[in-house]
Design a protein around this ligand. Structure first.
Ligand SMILES: Nc1ncnc2c1ncn2[C@@H]1O[C@H](COP(=O)(O)OP(=O)(O)OP(=O)(O)O)[C@@H](O)[C@H]1O
Length: 811
């Protein structure tokens, strides 16, 4: 269809005086286009015209992109979004954020993406940079699909400044630049040179200043500098000018205009300062998940007869509100929108308009809408935008071209990124040296407390004693040797390991002391004890009941505390054994006659007097190392995620695997230190028994630490909030401790719990370590190697799950 009117030179000149921007557009476009058809698309609106070198009239920049032209014709789009749908959550329809959105960002231009808060700008940008995936629709960025191999996106071809500051507060400006520079595969020298430029350009303070000590505006500028660092082909800036003073804002815009001048760099920028977007070449006005318009600012202003872009946006929003949801409007709807806006007639609509975008969408429609100064709207024949062959998805050369790009442009070796990530992790730890010291002191403290507080026999236990043979302690005497006198006193003499003897004259008083909690037990020796005991020994089975009764030592214990009760029981019996054997021996008999006729010979494993510490120590060693690792890692990824750092790293081309790997290495170093300290204090300082091979003890302890670390990473990847991660980590501590056979044998649990116990990461490992330490078993024993195998399986399982969750969360 032919254009309806021609513009005049005087209108163009007026326009230049009012607004320099269209001239800039034209200057830029002149480099890419030449005009063969003097009667090409022209609006009578001054903003839509420009003068060619011969003084003739030419279409303005935006119209020209669609105009037929001789010579090089830049139809390349740096970014092209087609029928994009994206929703969050399960109720997809209710939470539709992108709604059949179409967008084209021509290469070498600044694209201002404007829209109310919450309309989906950030979501769209995160899909463009490959941070999220669309539910349906297509995105092409720099010729490839984001996230595909060889596309370079995410990667060094894109510079991304997220809305959040997304910087490590404990880094200096220089360290920040180093980190991102290395991620982008830059050399240190190159980074330093670029840093100097950015410091000057963005008016930043000394590069030695820590980011956390900078003002909010300075931090945003550092964040902007990071995006500019590697001079990417595509800059995506999510509100870079928030909190930046007007002068610097202008200088940022000047810089964006400058870098796009050569036509090789493209910028997509969102801003809430709508008017500053006049400096963009194209503006996309976004509302309710799709674009209301995609046009050059000058054309928008003239098209809608507004003096500010804000007015344009309000006008379009009002129209959309009146019309209701225009998500699926076809071209005729758009035409009617225009008709409503301008109250004028239009040409026959085309059916190819998509996505409800109003304006000169050369890429979406075969026809272009133009209004003249009288408010009339025209359509122009125009080629639809079509990606160059090599950029189409189904092009057989695609793979090849992408691989070329991968080799030459996009590939930053994993080595460089790992170096950056490791340095970052180490630096962060070093900067928090107090926390680091605590991290090493904590396991030592736990071991010391465990060894001092757990497993030792209770001492100083009060025993209320009534010795009927003697009425008080002062008169309690006896003689060693074969003397059958004052045997009660003689027996009590053997009872002095753990008890404090308090003598009472009356049995009821002694029992009352136990009831009041003054004593753990009452012990009664009858007044005829010596005689009865002697008669019993002499008469044997002829002893009568009374003799037997009076020859007994009677005890009433407070069994409310099982440990103390059982121990007193043991000591009282052992005291009798010593007393009886000693007496019989001194009277020329075989002392064994005084013992219980059961012989415990030297144990096959362990000692005759096993300590509770030896039983618990293996589980405690593993529990300490496991849960310290959980504590260290369970919030590692969350902090980075909530601060936007994870997103930034991903967009820079770092993969979840690389992030995980760098954390595993860093935490492993810390864990080695912790394991060494735990084992030194347990085995050397406190002398916990080790009859096995120290090498395998160390290996199993380290593996359990790794297992805890991986569990921590899983928590960290699943939880959105740090407090949820802490709750989950703490919540898993007690069930694991109680069910893993650390403090009580799993043989004492109900059968169901026993099976659950075997499914926990600490159970088999604890049993394995116990077998090494106490039995001295070697790795080839099935009880031992099963602990290693189960730990390795858990590590693998946690890592795979973490990677899956991380990948899923990127979508
Ligand atoms: N991870 C998420 N889960 C659920 N909903 C989300 C998520 N991220 C964004 N949204 C929702 O999607 C909508 C669009 O959010 P988005 O951040 O893209 O808007 P925006 O236009 O960038 O807003 P602003 O200008 O305030 O930054 C909002 O309603 C937001 O609440």
């Amino acid at each position: 269809m032919a254009p309806k009117k021609e513009a005049t030179l005087s209108q163009q000149q007026q326009n230049q005086q009012q607004n320099q921007q269209p001239v800039m557009d034209f200057e830029r476009i002149k480099r890419h286009f030449s005009w063969s058809d003097p009667s090409a698309i022209i609006s009578t609106d001054s903003a839509m015209t420009a003068t060619n070198n011969d003084g003739g009239t030419q279409p303005n920049a935006v119209a020209a992109w669609g105009a037929p032209a001789n010579g090089p014709r830049n139809t390349q789009a740096a970014v092209s979004v087609r029928h994009a749908f994206k929703a969050y959550g399960k109720k997809k329809n209710a939470n539709q954020v992108l709604n059949n959105l179409n967008m084209t960002v021509p290469k070498g231009t600044i694209y201002g993406l404007l829209g109310a808060s919450g309309c989906g700008k950030t979501t769209l940008l995160s899909c463009i940079v490959g941070r999220r995936y669309l539910d349906s629709g297509e995105i092409f960025v720099l010729g490839g699909k984001p996230g595909t191999r060889g596309s370079g996106v995410p990667g060094k071809r894109v510079g991304y400044m997220p809305q959040e500051i997304a910087l490590y507060g404990e880094f200096s400006i220089q360290e920040t630049m180093m980190y991102f520079g290395w991620i982008f595969g830059m050399e240190t020298k190159e980074i330093m040179e670029r840093l100097q430029f950015l410091l000057n350009f963005l008016d930043l303070p000394s590069e030695k200043r820590l980011v956390k000590n900078l003002s909010g505006g300075q931090q945003r500028r550092v964040s902007f500098a990071v995006a500019l660092m590697h001079d990417p082909e595509l800059l995506i800036l999510d509100e870079p000018t928030v909190g930046v003073d007007p002068l610097l804002r202008q200088s940022i815009w000047n810089h964006l205009v400058h870098i796009t001048k050569a036509g090789q760099k493209t910028v997509i920028i969102t801003t809430h300062y709508i008017e500053e977007a006049r400096q963009a070449h194209t503006i996309g006005l976004m509302r309710s998940g799709h674009l209301l318009a995609e046009e050059s600012p000058s054309v928008l202003l003239s098209m809608y007869k507004c003096i500010s872009l804000e007015e344009v946006f309000l006008k379009l929003s009002r129209i959309q509100s009146q019309k209701g949801d225009v998500t699926h409007v076809n071209f005729s709807n758009n035409i009617s929108l225009h008709a409503m806006a301008f109250g004028s007639k239009m040409d026959k609509p085309s059916s190819s308009q998509e996505g409800g975008v109003v304006g000169l969408n050369f890429h979406q429609s075969k026809e272009v809408l133009i209004n003249d100064s009288n408010g009339s709207i025209y359509t122009l024949n125009q080629e639809p935008y079509s990606p160059p062959p090599s950029r189409r998805n189904n092009n057989p050369n695609d793979e090849e071209s992408c691989q070329d790009c991968y080799a030459s442009l996009c590939k930053v070796t994993s080595k460089g990124k790992i170096r950056a990530l490791l340095t970052k992790n180490m630096l962060r730890m070093w900067r928090n040296v107090g926390v680091m010291l605590f991290i090493f002191a904590l396991p030592v403290m736990q071991v010391i407390l465990f060894c001092l507080a757990i497993g030792r026999d209770p001492q100083g236990l009060n025993l209320a004693i009534v010795n009927g043979e003697m009425n008080n302690t002062e008169t309690c005497f006896w003689e060693d040797g074969c003397h059958f006198a004052n045997l009660g006193c003689r027996y009590l003499n053997h009872l002095n390991t753990s008890v404090v003897k308090t003598y009472y004259t009356d049995l009821e008083e002694a029992k009352a002391a136990v009831r009041k909690g003054d004593a753990w037990g009452a012990l009664y020796i009858s007044e005829n004890f010596t005689d009865a005991f002697t008669a019993r020994a002499a008469l044997g089975r002829d002893s009568d009941d009374e003799t037997i009764d009076q020859s007994e030592v009677k005890v009433w214990l407070d069994m409310s505390n099982q440990q103390i009760g059982v121990m007193l029981n043991r000591d009282i019996q052992l005291a009798y054994r010593d007393f009886a054997m000693g007496l019989l021996g001194q009277c020329g008999n075989n002392p064994k006659l005084g013992d219980v006729p059961i012989q415990f010979r030297d144990p096959i494993y362990g000692t005759m007097n096993p300590s509770f510490t030896d039983f618990v120590a293996p589980g405690v060693i593993l529990t300490i190392v496991f849960f310290l690792a959980v504590a260290l890692t369970s919030s590692a990824l969350i902090i980075e995620r909530t601060e936007g750092l994870l997103d930034r790293s991903w967009v820079a081309g770092v993969s979840p695997g690389e992030i995980l790997f760098s954390h595993v290495i860093t935490q492993f170093v810390v864990m080695c230190g912790q394991t060494t300290l735990v084992l030194i204090f347990m085995l050397v300082v406190f002398g916990v028994t080790n009859n096995g091979d120290l090498f395998w003890v160390i290996v199993l302890t380290l593996l359990q630490g790794m297992c805890g670390m991986c569990f921590g990473f899983l928590i960290s990847s699943v939880c959105e909030l740090e407090r949820n991660a802490i709750q989950l980590a703490l919540g898993s501590f007690y069930p694991t401790l109680l069910l893993s056979g650390v403090i009580w044998p799993i043989e004492g649990m109900p059968v169901v719990l026993r099976y659950i116990s075997l499914c926990l990461p600490l159970t088999l490992a604890t049993s394995s370590l116990r077998s090494i330490l106490t039995r001295g078993w070697a790795i080839l024993e099935s009880d031992v190697y099963i602990g290693y195998l189960s730990t390795l399986s858990w590590i693998l399982g946690f890592l795979v799950l973490t990677l899956l969750v991380l990948r899923a969360k990127r979508g």
